[in-house]
Design a binder for this molecule. Structure first.
Ligand SMILES: [Zn+2]
Length: 541
């Protein structure tokens, strides 16, 4: 969120009544059920198609709904839209083999894997007086829309957490892969390592990695860049440039001690660029969350330095102006008043205001701080926390290097082959490896990118019991900000601003925000808060 970014117009999610989908209320007369079962290749026994079918039949028996059909889609991924599945699509048409009104699944993920598909399907069902039953989640779509949505979003939050746990492991493994070294400079913390088959790959320079970890701890415990530079100088740690010279000397077989070095003068801006360099995450030297925390701490230090204040308040940096998006400034007002009887009263009020003094009036801290907190919990309490992970681009160079090494090793065995057959076999194997290398070279490179990976926690769980300062840093790391303004006419504008890429970071909110519009509601934040119309009133003391 940069200061120069143009202000995005807040979207209003109001729609015309005519755009809203038709709803035919569900009635139990002539009800018949389609019991749906889906199994992909990888499903475990506990969700076998038999078990799913039994679950659905138990439900229809219990509720006395006759079964029109039991439909199975085997070896079908849950990501395929329900209307496109070979078995189910016959029934999700306006001319089904038999009339039916209730679609029963043992678990929601048998039917849909994302909110969009769920809501599309739901719209289709509701327009035809049909309903959806998801037994495990306790979902019955003939209940009220809002009740249904809440259950649905909670169900997806849980589903997402289960799925992402797997992906998290994959991403971690990918992060470990480092690129090949083409001979130019390399980031502090890495060093070129020669491959047995020729060529160089960037490995870790354990000496520099240790320094980086020490610096990371210092930054995260609130040390300033200047303090860190002093520490580096005191401990005679050579600069990144000099470290490269030393390593180059080592590669040439020279004594690193004879290299002419610039010295131990680390600059604060060089140090900051280094600590925030995303390559450190790609090489697995820093964890993504760790680097985000370092950035947040350094940013906070820099901001306080320019403001001349050293003490952050629990909402410093989190509250921003709704117009210019600059962080609000904090002000403490002391005043004394002498009463007519001669005694004096002291006033002590804390305020937040736009740093440009242009947008709206000062706002009482004891009014807007609880408001920001309340607003956050209203929206995010049950959304799972996702961490931002930077995936390095994959050019297959690592796999190619690995295969080349394998090939070289294999070929070195040709001379020692005991028989012509053995030799033939080794050469054949070698040719296969070479063919694999060619295939890999022909593959398109994956540019990598940012991925949001779920943790097991919801935002509610994440923030509970945190100190105000930790909570503030957590919000800053993720890029959350609460934009608030008291307009000259006394009305309020308020809303949580979401971090860049938030649609990926919290798909539940994104899709819910899109769809809630159909019920006629808006997600203007002011509507979600327990405010009387016109906003909070300032109490006079
Ligand atoms: Zn402003």
């Amino acid at each position: 969120m940069s200061a120069t970014a143009p202000r995005k117009r807040r979207r209003r999610f109001k729609k015309q009544a005519s755009d809203r989908p038709v709803v035919v209320p569900f009635t139990p007369d002539n009800d018949a059920a389609v019991c749906y079962v889906r199994q992909s290749h990888f499903t475990d026994e506990s969700m076998s198609s038999d078990v799913q079918a039994q679950d659905t039949h138990r439900w229809t028996n219990a509720y006395g709904v006759p079964v029109a059909a039991t439909v199975e889609d085997l070896h079908v991924s849950g990501d395929l839209e329900p209307h496109k599945r070979s078995g189910l699509k016959l029934w999700l048409s306006d001319a089904p083999p038999q009339p039916w009104k209730t679609l029963v699944v043992s678990k929601l993920d048998r039917l849909v894997r994302n909110v969009m598909d769920a809501l599309n399907l739901l719209e289709w069902l509701r327009a035809r007086g049909k309903r959806l039953i998801a037994i495990a989640e306790g979902i019955d779509s003939s209940n009220s829309m809002s009740e249904f949505l809440i259950t649905l979003i909670a169900a997806f939050a849980r589903m997402e957490r289960e799925r992402m746990r797997e992906r998290f492991k994959d991403s971690k493994a990918k992060l470990k892969e480092a690129g090949r070294w083409a001979g130019e400079g390399h980031i502090y913390g890495t060093k070129p390592v020669q491959l047995p088959g020729g060529g160089w790959i960037l490995g870790l320079d354990q000496y520099a990695v240790k320094i980086l970890h020490k610096l990371s701890r210092m930054a995260r415990t609130g040390k300033s860049l200047t303090e860190m530079c002093d520490w580096l100088a005191d401990n005679k740690i050579v600069t990144p440039r000099d470290r490269q010279l030393q390593l180059a000397a080592e590669r040439r077989g020279e004594d690193p001690a004879t290299v002419d070095l610039k010295g131990y003068e680390w600059g604060t801006s060089v140090l900051r660029r280094l600590l925030e360099n995303p390559d450190l995450v790609e090489f697995g030297i820093f964890e993504p969350a760790e680097q985000a925390e370092i950035s947040a701490r350094l940013e906070e230090k820099a901001r306080r330095k320019t403001r001349g204040s050293n003490q952050p308040y629990p909402f410093s940096g989190v509250l921003v102006c709704a117009d210019c998006l600059e962080p609000l400034w904090h002000r403490i007002a002391h005043s004394k008043r002498t009463r007519t009887d001669g005694t004096t009263v002291e006033y002590h009020n804390e305020y937040w205001h736009c740093p440009n003094y242009e947008h709206g009036s000062s706002m009482r801290a004891d009014v807007i701080e609880p408001l920001a907190e309340q607003a956050f919990y209203k929206i995010f309490a049950m959304v799972p926390v996702r961490e931002r992970i930077v995936l390095p681009p994959t050019t297959h160079e690592n796999e190619i290097a690995k295969l080349e090494r394998e090939h070289a090793k294999l070929m070195s065995g040709v001379a020692r082959a005991k028989s012509p057959e053995d030799r033939r076999r080794i050469v054949d194997d070698g040719d296969k490896i070479l063919a694999d290398i060619d295939t890999l070279r022909a593959l398109p490179a994956d540019p990598g990118g940012v991925q949001w990976v779920s943790t097991d926690r919801t935002w509610q769980q994440e923030l509970v019991g945190m100190s105000p300062e930790d909570r503030r840093l957590r919000w800053l790391e993720l890029g959350f900000a609460f934009a608030v303004q008291k307009r000259p006419d006394g009305t309020w504008s308020a809303g949580w601003r979401l971090p860049d890429g938030w649609q990926e970071a919290m798909p539940e909110i994104a899709e819910w925000a899109e769809r809630i519009a159909d019920t006629g509601a808006t997600i203007e934040i002011t509507d979600l808060l327990d405010w009387p119309t016109g906003g909070p009133t300032e109490s006079k003391r």
